[in-house]
Design a protein around this ligand. Structure first.
Ligand SMILES: C[S@@+](CC[C@H](N)C(=O)[O-])C[C@H]1O[C@@H](n2cnc3c(N)ncnc32)[C@H](O)[C@@H]1O
Length: 220
């Protein structure tokens, strides 16, 4: 068999539906069509409702796994007060929080498909009217009366989110972060390993640490 013949190992020709090799133009069309399909899936399914959110603050949907959810909720066990999930996806963490007795339990989400799914899941679980899923931009929500805040968001938005939480949350609030910690905060406790790890931050402690590091840098 000559090099380049059909069937030759290493022959990389892409083939169309009839088995004929695709030419350069067909490959280009295929690449453009895949790009358009990927963009459409992003715009229509994953990120509708995000037009007003600056690109650097947009976080796509990636649901918490069962162990991540269990760890996050374990760090809120025994607490009370208003509980919110910032970017609540399909509502799974809000429903678990409600089951655990955390009330009111509220999810803020911009994606209308995920909001529909959240309402459906609440109805199916018998929690219709008991939990809330609101179409609100998490960057614009007032958090001053929240006592438990769940955050499963990308690492890139953690610094601006830390600024918002420090400015708005009461001292008694606890923030539970999944997948990625807040880079400049020291956690009160943590649970799990690797991708399952979650971190809890008590705002009083976070503020105390921030204050003493400011005072320390003033003394030097
Ligand atoms: C990584 S997912 C986490 C979903 C859910 N918390 C969970 O753990 O299963 C992040 C979610 O935040 C939502 N989101 C991102 N930016 C948002 C914003 N500015 N306001 C409201 N929701 C937002 C996304 O649509 C997505 O569903």
């Amino acid at each position: 068999m000559e090099p380049g013949e059909p069937g030759e190992p290493g022959e990389e020709a892409w083939r169309g539906p009839g088995g004929a090799p695709l030419g350069g133009r067909a490959l280009l069309e295929l690449a453009v069509a895949s790009g358009v399909a990927a963009w459409a899936a992003w715009a229509v399914l994953l990120m509708p409702g995000f037009r007003r959110v600056p690109l650097r603050l947009q976080v796509p949907y990636q649901p918490a796994g069962p162990q991540q959810a269990a760890n996050a909720l374990a760090l809120l066990r025994g607490r009370s007060g208003k509980t919110v999930d910032l970017g609540s996806g399909d509502g799974r963490l809000v429903l678990e929080a409600y089951k655990q007795g955390l009330r009111p339990a509220i999810g803020y989400e911009l994606n209308p498909w995920l909001l529909c799914l959240s309402h459906y899941r609440a109805w199916k679980a018998g929690y219709h009217g008991k939990v809330s899923f609101l179409k609100k931009d998490l960057w614009k929500v007032d958090l001053s009366d929240c006592h438990n805040v769940i955050v499963f968001l990308a690492p890139s938005v953690k610094p601006p989110l830390a600024t918002k939480l420090l400015a708005e949350l009461p001292d008694e609030a606890r923030v539970v972060a999944g997948r990625f910690p807040f880079p400049s905060w020291t956690p009160t406790s943590t649970l799990g390993q690797g991708l399952e790890q979650v971190w809890a931050y008590d705002m009083k402690e976070v503020r105390r640490a921030a204050q003493s590091s400011t005072e320390g840098s003033r003394v030097q």
